[in-house]
Design a protein. Structure first.
Length: 81
């Protein structure tokens, strides 16, 4: 069982700051994933900044096609606190 997401903040350099319900904050750099067809739409910085937490905190999404789970973000993120 992974912690659920309570907040997500996007920066202009394709970095997300993810806050989890265990009060841990992780930084996730997506810049290297932009060449992956799954994430290429996020090159649009307006879309990237419009990220939101999915209902229940089980992931984040930008639209119906681009999302990430709490599992992915927890495992790929760099712990900040």
């Amino acid at each position: 069982m992974f912690p659920k997401i309570t907040d997500v903040r996007a920066s202009d350099n394709y970095v997300l700051l993810i806050t989890f319900d265990n009060e841990k904050v992780k930084k996730v750099d997506l810049s290297m994933k932009l060449s992956d067809s799954r994430f290429e739409g996020l090159r649009n910085k307006v879309l990237f900044r419009n990220v939101k937490v999915d209902q229940g905190g089980y992931g984040i999404s930008w639209n119906d096609d681009i999302d990430m789970s709490e599992y992915e973000l927890w495992n790929e993120g760099e712990l900040l606190n």
